[in-house]
Design a protein around this ligand. Structure first.
Ligand code: UDX
Length: 480
């Protein structure tokens, strides 16, 4: 029969947490799946969808896939809610009470189409679907958008508490080395644990939320990581003991770039991109610029901001700095800017509100990256072969920065300090004194990253295994 021979095209629902660092890689996964012939519906909150369509070319870019759909679902928050990361607990609570039952109805009623094969939810959205909900008939995958090393750390936090290693006993305890995190013995100090561990009461709701969501990862049908074997193989192996169905398909942006003609750039921005910095970079000597960006959610006080500024100017190096309009908390504009800062910035610096980061990191004028160690930024720096100075802010970044400096040897860890002297010293250590050493290790890791994303590489293979497994699920669904 004609109908029998027709193959059903698989259809995947993708739903990220409404933050830049989560939407961006999930959109890259969507594009990769579409290129592999899988239909995708991408679910956003109305707020992030508005931001995204206002500041990026996603509507145009995805219009070449006729079966692709953007859909929205409410986050349950009032229109004037700031929705910044500071309000993470509010946002999660609202998702739990308002969004969860709506999503459930959507999934049960076939709102996204009766052909829906499976859903790929943000790994932190495990709470949106109950494991024993028999009415939700499609497999639910989880995409952990953090490093494997930080997720594994979260897996181990419960044991650290049981063992009396946590809570951390004040500032003087921060450099205590943790000897018994399996697979990371003697790697982490207390200060390198995810920032949620910096609490005196281990019943703290954010810490418990992270522990619980991580432990529940094994309830997902499968877990996806934006990482690769040559970077995090031994840690991924540890996670497989709890989540055996695991795909390591990173760096996603390298995988996607390899699939697109002439390495087209994909910008999935929630802010307006200022491309003028690329022209400025064109006029700087190769390897001379330290690129500075703290990602999409970092906020700092005016005092820290000024220390960074002094440090960058005092370093005597060229710098390109992303100063998001909301980077500095309570900026009053009354602070007098010292003349030497104005002068130093005019001579050697350039600032933008939001940069085309992947292109910036790939520019030959950039010799290093002062970063907050967000996982996307870390992977983008790895692929570009640029050494890092890590000033971690929250969450997984504390773990990432330790791995960058002490495990992968790709740079320096500046966590918890940012006085001008340290900033200037570390910029010079990275860009001058130990430049050769760091450039060599960064180039070697960049090669491994790119190799993993090409045919024959581990991430390439895992991505195609994912496509095959989704296709098989779709065929099974059709036969039932
Ligand atoms: C957050 C968390 O902080 C991070 O630790 C977690 O792993 C993912 O979610 P964020 O803080 O925004 O993300 O950092 P990061 O993960 O580095 O993502 C930022 C993204 O914005 C990157 O893809 C980067 O290329 C992009 N970006 C940043 C720009 O395109 N332009 C900029 O000027 C700055």
């Amino acid at each position: 029969m004609e109908g029998e021979s027709q193959t059903q095209i698989p259809h995947v629902l993708i739903f990220p947490l409404p933050f830049q660092g989560h939407i961006n890689p999930m959109l890259k996964l969507a594009e990769l799946l579409l290129l592999a012939g899988i239909n995708v519906t991408f679910l956003n909150t109305p707020h992030s969808h508005r931001q995204l369509t206002l500041h990026s070319d996603v509507l145009l870019r995805f219009s070449r896939f006729p079966a692709f759909r953007f859909r929205t679902i409410t986050d349950g928050l009032p229109p004037d809610h700031p929705r910044t990361f500071d309000f993470f607990p509010d946002i999660i609570a609202s998702f739990e009470t308002v969004t969860k039952p709506i999503l459930r109805d959507f999934l049960i009623s076939g709102h996204f189409g009766s052909d829906l094969t499976c859903a790929i939810l943000d790994g932190l959205f495990k709470f949106l679907v109950d494991a024993d909900d028999a009415e939700i008939k499609i497999p639910i995958f989880g995409f952990r958008l953090l490093s494997a090393c930080s997720v594994w750390t979260y897996f181990c936090v419960h044991d650290l508490i049981q063992d009396g290693q946590l809570p951390i006993r004040g500032e003087e305890d921060m450099d205590r080395v943790l000897t018994n995190v399996p697979g990371m013995e003697n790697v982490l100090r207390c200060r390198d644990l995810p920032s949620a561990c910096r609490v005196t009461d281990t019943n703290d709701s954010i810490l418990q939320f992270n522990i619980k969501q991580t432990q529940r990862s094994s309830e997902f049908h499968s877990v996806i990581f934006n990482s690769f074997e040559d970077l995090e193989g031994p840690i991924l192996e540890k996670i497989r003991t709890l989540c055996p169905n695991l795909y390591a398909i990173g760096p996603l942006h390298a995988l996607l770039k390899a699939e697109l003609p002439n390495g087209t750039e994909c910008l999935n921005n929630l802010w307006d991109v200022d491309r003028s910095c690329l022209k400025w970079l064109d006029n700087q000597p190769p390897g001379s610029v330290i690129y500075v960006s703290f990602g999409s959610i970092t906020v700092m006080g005016e005092e820290k901001f000024m220390e960074f500024w002094h440090g960058l100017v005092d370093s005597g190096r060229n710098f390109l700095w992303v100063i998001r309009p909301d980077l500095v908390r309570g900026k009053n504009g009354d602070v007098e800017i010292p003349a030497e800062l104005e002068e130093g910035t005019r001579k050697r610096g350039y600032t933008v509100g939001w940069a085309p980061q992947e292109e910036v990191l790939g520019h030959e004028a950039v010799g290093g990256f002062l970063t907050h160690s967000g996982w996307n930024s870390t992977l983008e720096s790895v692929v570009a072969g640029k050494p890092m100075i890590c000033w971690s802010y929250i969450s997984d970044q504390q773990v990432n920065s330790r791995f960058v400096s002490n495990v992968w040897k790709l740079g320096l860890d500046m966590k918890d300090v940012c006085d001008r002297g340290t900033v200037a010293k570390m910029v010079n250590e990275l860009m001058v004194d130990r430049k050769e050493e760091f450039m060599r290790s960064a180039a070697a890791m960049a090669n491994l990253a790119k190799r993993s994303a090409r045919p024959g590489g581990s991430s390439y293979a895992d991505f195609h295994r994912l496509v095959q497994d989704i296709t098989t699920l779709s065929q099974l669904k059709r036969h039932h």
